[in-house]
Design a protein around this ligand. Structure first.
Ligand SMILES: [Fe+2]
Ligand SMILES: [Fe+2]
Length: 251
């Protein structure tokens, strides 16, 4: 009897995996299934329930993502960078009507492995972000998050396709640049940083040399937003979170 039950479990799992792959382009793996619960609902709802259940199981909590980030990253400025990118990406998720937590948590952990594995040689399949992606997969993070994180580094050769992927890329370099622009102001604040000043700084090659201007330009282009508008949007997102990001300065 037990054997029959186990093989029934396997059949149902496989059916649900195939169904979800076809219907929702969602890749499920058996370890996310509680087959007993699924079997108990032996009707048409079974498929939707499985999707709901797997999403519930797979969706990390922000609190856990933050703990993971802190475990791997001791640098205060790198932590702030990830928080800043998160703020911008969350704001875009709200604008686009996307899943804010899914987008926000992706941005929050996008560089969590950078301090430990900086990848100076830009290897596609080891160190940042490949090493981090492997850890996230093991922790059950959804594929769309892991893929987006891999795609923010061109050298992984994972092309950016989804709106989340383009948004993460577009906000990454720019958030760093806006932070640098704020720090050199007399106020050391994002609150009085204006778009014109950012545009001037972008042209000044001696300023914040580590930030790739081409990536900033390409990011806005991929998003389909004029650069000026993108800069304005991200400044607003950072202003809303100025205290948490340490960007209030003296204002
Ligand atoms: Fe990165
Ligand atoms: Fe980054």
């Amino acid at each position: 009897m037990h054997e029959v039950f186990l093989s029934a479990q396997r059949c149902v799992q496989q059916e649900v995996i195939d169904f979800c792959a076809e219907k929702f382009s969602t890749k499920l793996t058996p370890r996310f299934f509680y087959a007993e619960k699924i079997l108990a609902r032996a009707n048409a709802d079974i498929f939707l329930y499985a999707v709901e259940l797997s999403r519930e199981v797979r969706m990390p909590k922000r609190e856990d993502a933050w703990k993971l980030l802190c475990e791997y990253t001791s640098s205060e400025s790198l932590r702030k960078h990830m928080l800043a990118v998160e703020a911008c990406v969350r704001a875009y998720a709200r604008k686009f009507g996307a899943d804010e937590d899914l987008w926000g948590i992706t941005a929050l952990v996008h560089d969590f492995d950078y301090e430990r594995w900086p990848n100076n040689d830009h290897a596609a399949d080891k160190e940042h972000p490949a090493a981090g992606a492997k850890i996230l997969r093991e922790l059950g993070y959804p594929d769309e998050m892991v893929r987006a994180i891999l795609s923010h580094a061109d050298y992984t050769n994972v092309p950016r396709e989804s709106q989340l992927e383009h948004t993460l890329f577009a906000c990454d370099e720019l958030a760093g640049f806006l932070t640098a622009c704020s720090y050199v102001r007399p106020s050391k604040s994002i609150l009085d940083l204006e778009v014109d000043s950012v545009k001037r700084r972008l042209k000044d090659k001696a300023f914040a040399k580590g930030i790739n201007r081409e990536d900033v330009r390409k990011g806005a282009e991929e998003l389909g937003v004029p650069l000026e508008e993108h800069v304005q949007f991200c400044i607003a997102a950072l202003r809303e979170n100025a205290d948490a990001l340490g960007l209030r300065g003296s204002l």
